[in-house]
Design a protein around this ligand. Structure first.
Ligand SMILES: NC(=O)C1=CN([C@@H]2O[C@H](COP(=O)(O)OP(=O)(O)OC[C@H]3O[C@@H](n4cnc5c(N)ncnc54)[C@H](O)[C@@H]3O)[C@@H](O)[C@H]2O)C=CC1
Ligand SMILES: NCC(=O)COP(=O)(O)O
Length: 331
């Protein structure tokens, strides 16, 4: 199978956010593979007018041909929004539409209509306000595909950061880090680094939970009671170093020897990654039966419709999805 036959489905996410903007900007150039964009036709026409982008929209349905993406042409699988969309203004009545895009893309990857999915950002809060509990794509995809525990990993060329816990209030993090969860996360991370990223014996730096990795138990016991014993059980599977104090781990001498970092919670790991590579990083869900990549940023309501949103992370997410689908063996 050649690059051009890979079918990427791209969900346009929160319609009042920058998802439509960055898709339209990215569509101005030729790209390998075919893209099927999920979203409302009127939203794309209005946003293209606002951004002064010339685009030819071709409506697409399952079973139609999937030619390689051509500059200025959008293959659009039209899904109607409920209410008219005003850039920058959230409307919880459009949340069902946002979720519908995710359902179509996920199910289409599971049944092989598509080879991989790339997601533009959604607004977690407005979906919750619509009455549907939603903490993120990662958790949604885990549930929808029936996968075992999946892993959120953000990656740029210099660094890969995976997380043990994802969208959890900070007060609940310590209790969530159990030997069972840590084992599941490590098993998936190691397998993905080996199989999807071709690393034979990956070096993984694991952060502690507490300041100074607990300072020998004087600042917390999670390292001694949970993290150290669990890491020992994986010593033959990868070069695992830790638990290390997070502020030491994220210094250049340590990072130079790492293939990936495993952080205990969202804001322990991601601020460092974003400081190094915001705008050119990709969010990858490991452990799914399908391939999913995403941008490294949110809905940026302040920029929707202004033309200032940068499309680079989306282009990176598309490239990673394509590369992963070329290597994939998801039979
Ligand atoms: N993959 C996803 O669906 C993600 C969704 N979110 C959601 O996005 C919403 C807003 O989150 P925030 O914390 O405000 O983060 P944000 O990433 O939307 O915005 C943070 C700052 O970065 C700027 N920015 C973001 N993307 C940009 C781009 N492509 N080009 C130029 N500037 C850009 C924004 O203008 C803002 O100043 C939240 O509801 C959050 O849950 C956040 C991260 C990922
Ligand atoms: N910080 C990344 C993020 O929150 C995106 O989460 P998800 O929607 O990809 O699960």
């Amino acid at each position: 199978m050649t690059n051009s036959t890979k079918r990427l489905v791209i969900t346009s996410g929160e319609p009042a956010g920058i998802g439509p903007d960055i898709i339209l900007k990215a569509a101005k150039n030729n790209h390998m593979a075919s893209w099927i964009v999920l979203g409302d036709q009127s939203v794309f026409i209005a946003r293209a007018e606002l951004l002064k982008i010339k685009i030819h929209i071709e409506l697409w349905m399952p079973g139609d041909p999937t030619p390689a993406h051509k500059a200025g042409v959008l293959l659009l699988y039209h899904v109607p929004v409920k209410n008219e969309v005003i850039p920058g203004k959230l409307d919880s009545e459009n949340s069902e539409y946002v979720l519908e895009l995710l359902k179509i893309a996920t199910d289409g990857c599971v049944d092989n209509t598509f080879d991989a999915m790339v997601t533009a950002p959604v607004h977690k809060g407005v979906i919750c306000e619509s009455g549907v509990p939603f903490s993120g794509h990662t958790e949604f995809l885990e549930e929808r595909t029936g996968a075992d525990k999946v892993v959120m990993m953000l990656a740029c060329t210099k660094l890969k950061v995976a997380l043990v816990t994802t969208h959890l209030p900070l007060k609940d993090v310590a209790a969530a880090i159990t030997p069972e969860l840590l084992s599941e996360i490590l098993a998936t991370l190691i397998q993905s680094l080996k199989q999807q990223f071709g690393l034979k014996n990956p070096t993984i730096l694991v952060a502690g939970l507490n300041p100074h990795a607990g300072e020998s138990g004087h600042m917390g016991m999670e390292e001694i009671e949970v993290i150290e014993p669990t890491l020992k059980t994986f010593k033959t599977q990868a070069n695992i170093i830790g638990p290390l104090p997070a502020d030491t781990l994220f210094t250049p001498p340590y990072l130079e020897k790492a293939d990936a970092v495993l952080a205990m919670y969202h804001d322990q790991g991601l601020p460092v990654l974003k400081c190094i590579g915001f705008g050119e990083s990709v969010n990858i869900t490991l452990g799914l039966p399908i391939i999913r990549t995403s941008v490294d940023h949110g809905t940026a309501l302040d920029l929707a419709g202004t033309g200032q949103a940068k499309e680079r992370s989306l282009i990176c997410a598309i490239k990673w999805a394509l590369q992963m689908s070329q290597k994939a063996n998801y039979a």
